[in-house]
Design a protein around this ligand. Structure first.
Ligand code: NAD
Ligand code: 6OD
Length: 497
């Protein structure tokens, strides 16, 4: 049987990455290159799905609903999803190597975050679906008798899943696992920048006994390519998307014609608020992680840091030292903490904000340029971890999502001022608050216009909790029962007794 991704261990000689349709690995009429961001080398050719391959994938997904998968009970679906998790874990090194080569993220991060979370996503939703109940009501009828109302969960049908490049496997499985747990079939369109792990997951699905057609992968781009063909498709019942807010808006227009339900996890311009009474060292460590993790390419990253004036200078100095200590280098080195950005194009975007910050009058506390290695890494898409101060709250660098290893730090004098500045954004994904006064932590958390607020921590996840944003940061919530509620239709049954 042809394998979808041809790899040779950790050295990553990936040759070709194929679509996966109806249980078959399929080439396309065209290919595009998959580039390693650490040195700019082409590591694979990716088979692009044209409209007819997307049609094939959707019809394979539709047929699979009528086959074995559609007849499986919840318990057996859960068993298979646990097998998928087992298979991800048994190919742990292969997933890590593929994710590292595609994204340039440090091997330490992929091993600690991305791949374990992929397995956890399958396990958590396999378990939740087994115990998730729905309402029932005993109803009094006008003639003094009774009726029983109860709701059951039905799959939506074929779900289109479109994902970005920053946490490719984590975010794909975050949607794929609950969609399958609810009994749907899926067609996944991973980012063109990071196609490998979606196809590797196809191999795992086969090994784990997920029937052909239940999980399909189409590779390609957005507009006028696989992404748009999938969202336009009249036989796709729902679209779940993670990516930029502007892309969400484009997808919303496309799906409007067929009134498909959507779940959108979009961009952010997240604030962190640091009070003078915080545990100083913990706050510096936490903010450093919130700004620089994954080279700042996490939608939850803090790009705006507000610090109480009495500790402002000391905090900025400590954050500068923390940024300068970060180990920038080859993603495959175990000690590396900062890898490259995803692409030359994205680096140009981040550097354009570095230039803009200066033009807008920022003080460069640290960074603001490109590191030099004197090796092949100079062909990679690296930028320096960067901290600015001195910008006005209306500066574009304070308002627009940059999605790189960069933050602006500003002082505040009162709680009200901090809350107002943090909330003064069109986005509303996440916030973090750093204080040892828990009453204040609660009080401020409740005033944040976001979907997720962390107090004295950041990106600490419990997969049962609601996840999503307000404003430009998204529509809907996923996580725990919220995911099940999106990926299934309740069907109410009323029985006259
Ligand atoms: P992107 O929007 O450019 O691309 C995401 C996906 O959408 C890709 O697969 C792309 O091919 C596809 N796409 C693009 N245009 C499309 C179209 N018209 N129709 C259908 N599909 C289309 O995002 P990105 O650059 O890959 O990711 C970075 C962005 O994602 C950042 O803004 C970040 O904040 C956001 N993000 C948000 C979350 C969250 O949970 N809120 C998580 C991760 C990333
Ligand atoms: O942890 C998650 O479930 C999640 N959706 C994280 C998103 C991170 C954004 O880059």
């Amino acid at each position: 049987m042809p394998r979808g991704v041809h790899t040779r261990g950790m050295t990553q000689e990936v040759k070709s990455i194929l679509n996966y349709i109806g249980g078959q690995f399929v080439r396309g009429k065209r290919e595009f290159p998959d580039v390693n961001p650490a040195d700019g080398t082409v590591i694979a050719q990716v088979a692009e799905a044209d409209r007819s391959l997307v049609d094939d994938a959707v019809s394979a997904a539709r047929s699979a609903l009528r086959g074995e998968w559609g007849k499986l009970g919840v318990r057996e679906r859960a068993v298979r999803l646990h097998r998928v998790a087992d298979a991800v874990e048994s190919r742990f090194d292969c997933f890590v190597a593929s994710e590292v080569a595609d994204t340039g993220k440090p091997v330490s991060l992929a091993s600690k975050l991305d791949v374990p979370r992929a397995a956890a996503n399958f396990r958590v939703f396999a378990d939740i679906i087994k115990t998730a109940g729905l309402e029932s009501f005993q109803t009094e009828t006008p003639d003094g008798k009774a009726a029983l109302n109860y709701a059951i969960r039905k799959p939506l049908g074929v779900v289109g899943i479109i994902t970005p490049w920053n946490l490719p496997l984590l975010l794909l499985t975050w949607k794929d696992a609950p969609a399958l747990a609810c009994g749907n079939t899926v067609v996944v369109k991973p980012s063109e920048e990071t196609p490998a792990t979606a196809t590797l997951l196809a191999e795992v699905m086969k090994e784990a006994g997920i029937p052909d057609g239940v999980y399909n992968v189409v590779h390609g781009f957005g507009p006028n390519s696989a992404g748009e063909f999938l969202t336009q498709h009249s036989d796709v019942n729902a679209v779940t998307f993670t990516g930029e807010s502007q892309t969400g808006a484009a997808i919303m227009k496309t799906v409007a014609a067929s009134v498909k339900p959507v779940s959108f996890e979009l961009g952010g311009k997240n604030a962190a608020i640091v009070f003078a009474d915080c545990d100083f060292d913990e706050a510096v460590k936490g903010i450093s992680e919130a700004v620089f993790l994954n080279t700042g390419q996490v939608c939850l990253c803090a790009e705006r840091v507000y610090v109480e004036r009495t500790i402002f200078d000391r905090f900025v100095d400590a954050l500068k030292r923390s940024a300068e200590k970060l180990q920038i280098g080859s993603p495959v080195e175990k000690s590396t903490e900062i890898g490259p950005l995803i692409s030359a194009q994205h680096r140009e975007k981040v550097l354009s904000y570095y230039r803009l910050a200066r033009a807008e009058g920022a003080t460069v506390v640290t960074g603001g340029g490109i590191p030099e290695f004197g090796s092949a890494l100079d062909r990679g898409f690296y930028v320096q971890p960067t901290v600015y101060t001195g910008l006005s709250e209306s500066a574009r660098c304070v308002k627009e999502e940059i999605f790189g290893p960069v933050c602006h730090v500003a002082p505040f004098d009162t709680e009200e001022e901090a809350v107002d500045m943090a909330n003064d954004t069109k986005y509303g994904l996440a916030a973090s608050i750093w204080t040892s006064n828990l009453k204040r932590g609660h009080r401020i958390a409740q005033q944040m216009n976001v979907g997720i607020t962390w107090v004295n921590c950041w990106f600490l996840r419990d997969l049962r909790t609601p996840f999503g944003g307000v404003g430009l940061s998204g529509i809907g919530r996923e996580g725990g029962l919220h995911s099940l509620n999106f990926y299934s239709e309740p069907n109410n049954i009323c029985i006259r007794l």
